[in-house]
Design a protein. Sequence first.
Length: 130
Amino acid sequence: MKVEAYVLLFVGAFFGCVCAMYWFLSYEPSGTFMLLGTMLLGFFPGGYYFWWSRRMKPRPEDDPRAEPADGAGVVAAFPSTSVWPFVLGLGAASVALSLVFGFWTAPVGFVLAFAAVLGVIRESRRGGTV
């Protein structure tokens, strides 16, 4: 995870420098705060990855002397296909649209989101599609 941490920390440092230059050249607050947010979007996950990379055993990707055989084995277990993330997205979009068009779309969104959470729980306990 060191490579990922270094890339994100570089992104944060780069946008921190751009933010400082932008502020001193323009004194414009909204662009400065957007660049500050971009800097934090690099520093927060980069710092988290760096913190974890120092506490976990090195992966084969982090070892410069690693061979391709060092990374062999079971990669991971991936979930099966499911409709519930799509339903959750529809619910979240409906709740977000309630901020624009009125509160009448929010109950529909909450029902969809609740149904999606229940569907994911039920599907994960059964080990397959519902």
